[in-house]
Design a binder for this molecule. Structure first.
Ligand SMILES: NC(=O)c1ccc[n+]([C@@H]2O[C@H](COP(=O)([O-])OP(=O)(O)OC[C@H]3O[C@@H](n4cnc5c(N)ncnc54)[C@H](O)[C@@H]3O)[C@@H](O)[C@H]2O)c1
Length: 252
């Protein structure tokens, strides 16, 4: 029996990277997985690979009507939601900058996905959990950039991730009465399309590797264990916490 047997879950950003790997792990543990992303073709490819325990939810997380419709689809199909894992995000490397140089449009575009998008998914996800009355687990992808020097130079992205971690903690305070737990996973620098420009850069890569005491960059698979744990009942006493799986980058 899987650790997530029969749980109805939604993972955002599931066409790529960390969320895609988590979707595979959730399926292996017996969950039904709603794959939510704005990249519809990417979702179809992931759904074809992971099989019938997944269902695609093509959605733009910045668009409230689109998010509401996705969670309504889950409500109609299953009447419940046991876990929401929000990963959809953008990092506008090359455009993001220190505050005094930052283009307001870059700030807005970053916040639309990373902050508003997470809020909207939590809003409609939490409503479904509350209405179903079975509690649930909300997991939001945070980042050390919202907490440490590793965010220097990227004031839009880093502060947007701080907003996600702040929302997670205040949600934990108010949603516990419904049996809903809210936690953040804080990854190190993980090789995905989001970080490709940095990880492929021959100057940046060795600096980033050296910033992780564990001596290497992360892979999406490095984060699947913590996600399964937080989605499962094994973590039933955990809420309002940040779970660092970051190769030690935050201790610097
Ligand atoms: N990769 C890292 O090093 C790293 C480190 C710390 C935190 N994180 C966080 O982990 C999460 C996943 O990151 P990743 O590296 O897997 O990213 P990724 O770029 O591989 O995947 C992000 C996904 O989000 C989707 N997306 C973007 N905008 C969207 C929108 N408006 N609506 C719906 N979907 C949208 C993209 O289509 C993509 O599939 C993010 O929240 C990121 O901030 C990543």
């Amino acid at each position: 029996m899987g650790r997530l047997e029969g749980k109805v879950t939604v993972i955002t950003g599931a066409a790529s990277g960390i969320a895609r790997a988590a979707a595979g792990a959730f399926v292996q543990e017996g969950a039904l997985v709603g794959l939510l992303d704005r990249n519809a073709d990417g979702l179809d490819a992931v759904a074809a690979e992971l099989g019938e325990r997944t269902f695609p939810l093509p959605t733009d997380v910045t668009d409230e009507a689109s998010v509401a419709a996705a969670f309504d689809q889950v409500r109609q199909a299953y009447g419940r939601l046991d876990c929401l894992y929000t990963c959809a995000a953008v990092q506008l490397i090359g455009e993001d900058a220190p505050v005094h140089e930052l283009d307001t449009e870059v700030w807005d575009r970053t916040y639309a996905v990373n902050s508003r998008g997470v809020f909207l998914c939590c809003k409609y996800g939490a409503r479904l959990m509350i209405d179903a009355g079975n509690g649930g687990s909300i997991i939001n992808a945070g980042s050390p950039t919202g907490l440490t020097m590793s965010g220097a130079g990227w004031h839009a992205y880093s502060s947007s991730k701080a907003s996600v971690m702040g929302l997670t903690r205040v949600m934990a305070a108010d949603l516990a009465q419904y049996g809903i737990r809210c936690n953040s996973i804080v990854p190190g620098s993980i090789t995905t399309p989001l970080t490709k420009a940095l990880h492929d850069d021959p100057v940046q890569r060795p600096k980033l590797e050296a910033a992780h005491p564990i001596g290497r960059l992360g892979l999406p698979e490095d984060l699947t264990g913590i996600a399964v744990f937080l989605a499962s009942d094994e973590s039933k006493f955990a809420t309002g916490s940040l779970f660092f799986v970051d190769g030690g980058i935050s201790v610097r």
